[in-house]
Structure formats: structure tokens, C-alpha cells
Design a protein around this ligand. Structure first.
Ligand code: ADP
Ligand code: MG
Length: 665
């Protein structure tokens, strides 16, 4: 945020940015041209003075016989106090080529009202407009700040242990490998591994999950979580700028650059709209007097009222705010959406595609069986050696299956020397273990190496092992479906996903079993990562499908990128996934997708409500002005049509901030 200094260096109280006009991307969509530099006290003083002179002028002109110049002077002072800025901004807008903005509309309307002798109205227009703007600024500013605060957790200092002494330092200076102390109640500022102590850790800032997790020595902690009770000594695994918090912050800060099509539409719309309404107002003013011999002042009044009501700020302000609130609500739930265009996409998707391992299933494989070609009984040294070699090969792989193998049998391989570890995406791994090359993976990998192997009949994911010459045996690991997968899939179906599909590199029988258990309509097994990409392309072509793909980012980053909306699961810390995905789900619960969908739908509904409501009221009032049904109330109604509608729309937008889980029927 710091880089975004703008020429005029104005502080905007809508957001933390400094800027000088509209389009420079604070995302609050606000015209910061005026009101920006006033603080609250000055503002109230200014408005109070404006009102006093207005009332004075009104009373003098209506109830006394005083020289009519005196009320006029009062109105003039009132107008100058409040309206000066508006006129000044309008003139500046014209000088800078940004001609058609709200200030111009208000400027013309109020000066026009003076010209036809409607002094009270002229003053009231600028007065109410200014109050309205100020209230919007407050509302927008408050919500933006609370959203930013919610996500932002810029650390103050960290206590590191350097040369046996505890030293308070800036977290950015802590290097990977250094140990630091986290006291009870403190936030953990760097990713690391606990080397001493145990505690309940609140990860809700990252995952939205409110139940704390018990952690002890050897557990990995992530920056952004809070140590609730114990004293912890944590060894940093990454410097601050690569930590989870820093990555999330970077992502959030970039969200504004990805505008939804609704927002893009609005900015294009505003460019055509304002000149168009100015033109219509002009027609209302000139046509009846010229062609139908009507009174000039009456029609000028109507035309100017139409100009006031047509001010587009309700839409221009409330829509980006609505999206921002939606993004805030979802990040509070542990769903990070990288831009409002993706929020919009999440509301529109109709086909849900899932990866299997780590997405539908837990990715925590349990050992089932081990079979060694050289011996057929259990627990022999041959078995042990087979397990040790496989574990050694898997040491550097990040695949869930590799992690599970290492967790179970990694200690067998402690003494083995592993070199030249390679990953064969969708197949397995190879490595040189104690000087000899081995391959561990599925049938495809065995076929690739070209050894004869015996397929296991057990249910589960088999990992075969061979050297360059011969087949050595296999182990079977089984994975279970996550507890919430079935419910999440059912929820998505209820929320308008007409099709659910599972893609996996695993075997047919496992794919069938898991997809049935999760309630997924279709599955495709034995897919290589490139084939998964092709499948997505194929699905995208079918009957207007808009495809959401959810994967864990391991071997499927290209698939995540190919889908209309790519979601990365359980991606805390997985760089490739955070980069490739449009939506990142912290923690690994699939039920976050329906939650995100619900927030996205609600946000879109609010945005549409605001567009329809604002345009409807405005058009109604413009027509009313044009046909003259409002008589001398037109200008007042017009001010409501502008300021009132805008405030209502802003208030409506803020509803997007609040997510409440729907009750299941
Ligand atoms: P999925 O996420 O659907 O399992 P992947 O493309 O990640 O798809 O993997 C496909 C298959 O490749 C796995 O089911 C497994 O049989 C094999 N495989 C992938 N990585 C490894 C590995 N590190 N060790 C052993 N087998 C692996
Ligand atoms: Mg996978």
C-alpha cells in the first residue's frame, strides 16, 4: 500500500491510500476530489455555518419586508461556504480533462438554481450533497479499515534467542533457522517448527476455523496464528517476507487490481452516462420554452432537478464497496479470493471438478500392506529394506502419499544416502539411494522403466518399487475421504452446480469408490496431469459449463490455471498453489467452497439490487421532473434521489460483510 502515493498526496478517509482522483485504484470507487481534506470538526463547523446562513436568508426573505439584497447575501455566503469546493473541483476537473463528474452536475444545478432565483434550493443542493458525501466517506472508510485490520497483522517485534540472549528485534531481520519465543496470548509472526513447549493455537485468522489446535514439539506453526496458553520456542523456517502472513497480505493487496465485469461496466457506464444526462437536462430546459412557448424558469428548474438526481455516485460508490465487503467476508472465513472478478465467477460457476488426493480425500494415507518379491512372509529384514528404500526415494517429494510414507517409515531410511531425487508428475519418483537408482510409483512408472511387475489386488494406492533392472515389490497405502466432503458436494449441488466431476491419477476402482462415497456424479481415473488439463478443456466446451476446479496444487497447478475458476485447497504455505489459484482455501476443509459460493451469491445479489434500485428511483424522478408532477418540490426530491439513494445503496453494500451460515434442511 505504501507505494501508492499520488501527486496531490491527499489523505482519503475511505481507505488508507493517498490519492487525488477517482480512477487511481483504491478500489473504493470514490471520488476523492473533495471532502477528502476536511476533518470531522472542520466539516461540522462548515456545515453548521452553511445552515445558519441558509436559514437566516430564508427567514429574512419569507417573513420580513427587508431589502431583498440582504437575504441574497445570506444565501450567497451559505453557498460560498459549502459549495465553493464543489465548484472549484468541477473547474479543476474541466482543466484536467475529467469534465463530467458529480461536481460538475452539482455545480451546474446549484448555480442554475441561483440563476432562476431558487436560492434556497441552490444552497440546499450543495449542502445535502456535501453531507451525503461525508457520510458515505465515513461508512466506506470504516468498513475498509475494519476489513484491512482483520487481515493485516503487521508484526511489531519478535523475541529471538541470539547468542543465548533474548533480544527484541524487527521480525523482518529474523533469519530462517533462528529460534524465537512466543508467549501465551501472543501472535506468531513467522512460520516455523515448535522446538519446545506446547500450547493451544488459534488459527482462525488463517482458516476461519474457530476451534484451537493443540500443538507441541515438532509441529509446524504458521504466522498469523495466535498462541493461546503455553510458552513456545519456535524455530523459524522462513524469513518474514516469505511467511504465510506476508504472502496472504500481498495477495489481498493485489485484489483491487482484478476488477469484476460489473465494476468495469460501471466505470465505462459513468463515462457515457454523465454527458448523456447533461444533454437530457439541457433538452428539458430548452425544448418546452422554445417550441411550446413554456416558461423558461419553470423548465430550467425541472431540468436542473433532473441533473441533480442523475448523479451516478450511488452506483459508482456502492458497487466496488459491495465487492470489497464480499472479499472481506470470505477472507474472514478463510477463503482468499484474489479479485472481485473471481468472486463474480464463483457465483456463476455451474460445474464443480475436484482432484481426489488431498481434496476429496484427507491425503493422510494409512499403511495397508507390503509385499516383497524376494520373500512372502511379514516383518523380515527384506520388508524392512523395501520400506526403507521407498521411504528414502520419497524423502524430497511433496505429494501427500510421499508425506504419509515418510511419516510411517521415514525413520527406516535415516541412515540411507539419497541423491538426485526426481519427480515424475502423476507417476511417482526416482532417486539414487546409496549409489543405486530406484523408481517408486504407480504402474505407469513401472511400465516407463520397462520392468516386469506384478499388480497388487488390494484396495488402496499401490507404490511399486524397482531398480533399473528388476521389480522389487510394492506397498499399499489407503486414503480416506474427508469427513466433510460428502456434505460439501451435496451443498454445492443444492447451490446450483449441475455437474460434479472427480479427476484423479489413481486407479479406477479407488476413483469409483471415493466418488460414490462423496456423491460425485462422474469420475475419470488414471489421468496424467496433462490429461487433467485436457479434461478441463473438454468440460468447458460442453453446454455452457463454467468450470470450478479444486485441487491441492501438487501436480495440478496447470489444471488450476486452466479452469474458469481455480481453487487451491489446504494450501497454507504451498507456493505453487497460491500462485496458480484464483481462490485459496486456508486449511483443508472442502466445505469452505459452499461457504464461498454463498458469500459470492449474496454479494452479486446486493450489487444487482443496488444497480436496479438506484437506476429505478433515478429514472422515476427524472421522468417526474420532466413531466412536472413534482412542481416546486422537484429539487428536494432530486436531492433525495441522489444523496438518499446513495446512502441506502452504501448501507446495502455493507450487508455483504456479514456471512451467516445457512441452516441445513
Ligand atoms: P491425484 O492427486 O489424483 O492422486 P497425482 O497426479 O498427484 O493425482 O498422482 C497420480 C498418481 O501418481 C498417484 O495416485 C500415485 O499412484 C502416483 N504418484 C504420484 N506421486 C507419487 C509419489 N511421490 N510417490 C508414489 N506415487 C506417486
Ligand atoms: Mg493431487
Amino acid at each position: 500500500m505504501k507505494e501508492k502515493k499520488h501527486k496531490h498526496g491527499e489523505e482519503c478517509h475511505c481507505c488508507e491510500y493517498n490519492h487525488h482522483n477517482h480512477d487511481d485504484g483504491c478500489g473504493c470507487g470514490h471520488n476523492h476530489s473533495h471532502g477528502a481534506e476536511i476533518n470531522k470538526k472542520d466539516f461540522i463547523f462548515k456545515i453548521a455555518c452553511g445552515i445558519v446562513f441558509l436559514v437566516l436568508g430564508y427567514v429574512l426573505s419569507e417573513f420580513t419586508e427587508i431589502n431583498e439584497k440582504i437575504p441574497l447575501i445570506c444565501f450567497g455566503i451559505s453557498y460560498l461556504i459549502v459549495g465553493f469546493n464543489i465548484v472549484k473541483e468541477a473547474v479543476e476537473g474541466i482543466i484536467h480533462g475529467n469534465i463530467f463528474n458529480e461536481n460538475l452536475l452539482m455545480g451546474i444545478a446549484s448555480i442554475g438554481a441561483f440563476a432562476i432565483g431558487e436560492y434556497t434550493e441552490g444552497c440546499a443542493v450543495v449542502l445535502l450533497y456535501t453531507i451525503g458525501e461525508f457520510l458515505q466517506d465515513m461508512a466506506v472508510g470504516k468498513s475498509r479499515r475494519s476489513i484491512s485490520e482483520m487481515i493485516d497483522s503487521k508484526p511489531q517485534s519478535v523475541t529471538v534467542i541470539r547468542n543465548g540472549k533474548n533480544t527484541e528485534v524487527d521480525p523482518e531481520t529474523v533469519e530462517a533457522g533462528e529460534e524465537f519465543i512466543v508467549e501465551p496470548g501472543q501472535k506468531i509472526y513467522l512460520d516455523g517448527i515448535i522446538v519446545n513447549g506446547n500450547a493451544e493455537v488459534d488459527m482462525s485468522a488463517l482458516t476461519g476455523e474457530s476451534i484451537p489446535v493443540s500443538m507441541s514439539k515438532g509441529d509446524e506453526v504458521l504466522s498469523g496464528s495466535v498462541n493461546l496458553d503455553g510458552m513456545l520456542i519456535v524455530k523459524a523456517t522462513k524469513p518474514y517476507n516469505q511467511s504465510t502472513t506476508a504472502k496472504i497480505l500481498e495477495m489481498i493487496e493485489n485484489t483491487d487490481s482484478k476488477k469484476s465485469s460489473a465494476e468495469k461496466f460501471i466505470s465505462r457506464f459513468a463515462k457515457i452516462y454523465t454527458p448523456a444526462v447533461c444533454f437530457i437536462a439541457l433538452l428539458i430546459i430548452v425544448i418546452p420554452p422554445i417550441f411550446f412557448k413554456q416558461s423558461w424558469s419553470e423548465w430550467a428548474y425541472r431540468g436542473l432537478s433532473a441533473l441533480v438526481v442523475s448523479c451516478p455516485c450511488a452506483i459508482v460508490i456502492s458497487i466496488p464497496l459491495g465487492f470489497f465487503a464480499g472479499l472481506g467476508a470470505s477472507s474472514k472465513q478463510g477463503i482468499l479470493i484474489k479479485g472481485s472478478n473471481f468472486l463474480e465467477m464463483l457465483a456463476r460457476c455451474n460445474t464443480a471438478v475436484f482432484d481426489k488426493t488431498g481434496t476429496i480425500t484427507s491425503g493422510k494415507f494409512e499403511y495397508v500392506n507390503c509385499e516383497c518379491v524376494h520373500c512372502h512372509c511379514e516383518n523380515t529384514s527384506e520388508h524392512r529394506e523395501l520400506l526403507a528404500i521407498i521411504a528414502a526415494c520419497e524423502r524430497y517429494s511433496t505429494h501427500p502419499i510421499a508425506k504419509s510414507i515418510c511419516l510411517a517409515f521415514g525413520h527406516y531410511a535415516d541412515a540411507l544416502k539419497v541423491e538426485d531425487a526426481k519427480n515424475y508428475a502423476g507417476m511417482g519418483v526416482s532417486a539414487v539411494v546409496n549409489g543405486k537408482t530406484y523408481f517408486a510409483g504407480n504402474e505407469k512408472l513401472m511400465a516407463e522403466v520397462g520392468v516386469d511387475f506384478k499388480e497388487t489386488l488390494l484396495v488402496g494406492t499401490a507404490i511399486y518399487l524397482c531398480s533399473e533392472e528388476e521389480f522389487l515389490g510394492d506397498i499399499v497405502f489407503a486414503d480416506v475421504i474427508k469427513t466433510d466432503s460428502k456434505e460439501a458436494v451435496a451443498d454445492l449441488k443444492r447451490m446450483g452446480f449441475s455437474k460434479t466431476v472427480m479427476l484423479t491419477g489413481d486407479k479406477e476402482n479407488i476413483a469409483k469408490d471415493i466418488s460414490e462415497k462423496a456423491g460425485i456424479d462422474a469420475y475419470y481415473a488414471r489421468l496424467m496431469p496433462v490429461e487433467k488439463v485436457e479434461k478441463i478443456r473438454e468440460l468447458k466446451k460442453k453446454d455452457n459449463a463454467i468450470v470450478l476446479y479444486t485441487g491441492d496444487g501438487i501436480n495440478d497447478a496447470p489444471v488450476i490455471a486452466e479452469a474458469d475458476l481455480g481453487v487451491a485447497m489446504g494450501a497454507i504455505g504451498a507456493d505453487a498453489a497460491i500462485e496458480a489459484a484464483d481462490v485459496v482455501i486456508m486449511g483443508d476443509s472442502l466445505s469452505k467452497i459452499p461457504v464461498g459460493r454463498q458469500i459470492a451469491k449474496k454479494t452479486m445479489r446486493i450489487v444487482k439490487e443496488n444497480i436496479v434500485f438506484s437506476i429505478f428511483v433515478k429514472v422515476l424522478i427524472i421522468i417526474g421532473c420532466a413531466v412536472g408532477i413534482f412542481d416546486e418540490n422537484a429539487m428536494w426530491l432530486a436531492v433525495f434521489g441522489d444523496v438518499g439513494v446513495c446512502l441506502i445503496a452504501v448501507a446495502n453494500s455493507l450487508r455483504a460483510l456479514h456471512y451467516r451460515a445457512k441452516k441445513r434442511k
